[in-house]
Design a protein around this ligand. Structure first.
Ligand code: NAD
Ligand code: DAU
Length: 340
């Protein structure tokens, strides 16, 4: 199987490429990535010399480039490329619409032109909006995105559905819950909390910290995606959940306990604008149709993830010393009065 992975230098894309090369001996992967602040070729250092893997630097918004790549014959394209951080979309939405919406349309057109037999749009539970204390989102729940990030992803999803309906494009949409695991950029809550805790710095918790997210280990996500790539049905949407809801404050406390650090490192900061209260997925369709459920319990996965960040200090200190520093100051201000 020859596949194009877009956004493969990011968190989930790099884990997916590693998973495919490790589990499918006949797999060939072309990774098209723009290398934004979130793209990092160090994430794939262990596979860069694998003859089955090729990297191309470029944007999914570049019509000529995407067209030239797809002139070669591929069995599938998996679209991971995105601006993915909600807080950044609140600060400036432009790049989100460009990549997540317009970039998706560029890919859809190229897949249609070159008759790519399968396109998988890696989307998110955030397109459904926010839940109260009960209930779950199903694949046919209405789209009701709240952040500019979620709106740009929902627009991408709608374009995929439109191409399926209008042109019969063989595409599938997946919507996963919050991922955690190795190589996640430390602006996201779990790696931010872990790396700040290791450094003895404050863990900035938005608002009351009682917002709930459903956590999915990235390895579980990659396994579900590989299964859908092979056995999913064109035109379908699949929710991929972790079956594990946790309040943010409990995640922060759990990380601190794992690292032997005090709860006093938690600092309640101003809430995120338009902050979604709760996400939770009904993923019975994926269980019923493809027999998939997550394997990695959250506490086990989180402990391993903490261990990974302890073992990869150079990876994340380099990131935190770069462009990210300016972003952190702008987002959180000075929290240096809290440390341990
Ligand atoms: P990430 O921010 O870690 O990586 C995104 C990657 O896309 C980076 O390598 C970046 O360089 C690349 N990219 C950005 N713009 C591009 C462009 N125009 N052309 C080519 N490459 C570009 O994101 P992630 O957390 O790995 O998320 C991957 C996908 O999964 C996204 O589509 C996201 O919406 C979705 N998703 C993420 C989560 C999560 O919890 N992280 C959950 C559900 C869905
Ligand atoms: O649900 C899937 C989505 O999960 C993906 O589509 C997004 O790409 C991904 O970024 C993630 O979005 P969230 O906004 O849920 O993730 P984040 O890690 O930014 O935040 C998780 C929760 O923690 C959320 O309720 C906000 C809160 N938070 C986050 C940060 C960065 C804090 O309390 N403090 C923080 O500093």
């Amino acid at each position: 199987m020859r596949i194009v992975v877009t956004g493969g230098a990011g968190f989930i894309g790099s884990n997916f490429i590693r998973h495919m090369l490790a589990t499918e001996p006949d797999c060939g992967v072309v990774n098209l990535d723009k290398l934004t602040y979130a793209g990092n070729l160090e994430n794939l250092a262990d596979v860069e010399r694998d003859p089955r893997y090729r990297f191309i630097k470029g944007s999914i918004c570049d019509v000529e480039l995407v067209d030239a790549i797809l002139k070669e014959r591929f069995d599938a394209l998996m679209n991971f490329a995105a601006e993915s951080h909600v807080d950044r979309s609140i600060q400036d939405a432009r790049a989100f619409v460009e990549t997540n919406t317009l970039g998706t349309q560029v890919i859809l057109d190229a897949c249609r032109r070159h008759r790519v037999p399968r396109m998988v749009q890696v989307s998110t539970d955030e397109v459904y909006g926010s839940l109260g204390p009960s209930g779950y989102f199903r694949e046919d729940s209405p789209l009701s995105p709240n952040s500019p990030y979620a709106a740009s992803k929902a627009a991408g999803d709608l374009l995929v559905a439109a191409y399926v309906r209008t042109y019969g494009l063989p595409a599938i949409i997946t919507r996963s819950s919050n991922n955690y695991g190795p190589y996640q950029f430390p602006e996201k809550a779990v790696p931010l909390f872990i790396t700040n805790a290791i450094a003895g710095e404050a863990l900035p918790l938005y608002g009351d910290g009682l917002q709930v997210r459903e956590w999915l280990h990235v390895q579980d996500h990659c396994e579900a995606l590989a299964l859908i790539l092979r056995n999913g049905h064109n035109g379908e949407i699949y929710n991929i959940g972790g079956k594990c809801e946790r309040a943010n404050i409990d995640v922060a406390r759990h990380i601190l306990r794992t690292l032997g650090k005090p709860d006093s490192l938690i600092v309640h900061v101003e809430d995120r604008l338009g902050h979604d209260r709760r996400y939770a997925l009904d993923m019975s369709k994926l269980e019923r149709k493809l027999g998939w459920r997550p394997r990695i319990p959250f506490e086990t996965g989180l402990k391993e993830t903490v261990g990974w960040y302890e073992d990869h200090v150079t990876w994340w200190t380099r990131i935190k010393a770069g462009e990210y520093r300016e972003y952190y100051q702008k987002t959180y201000g000075d929290l240096s009065h809290v440390s341990q």
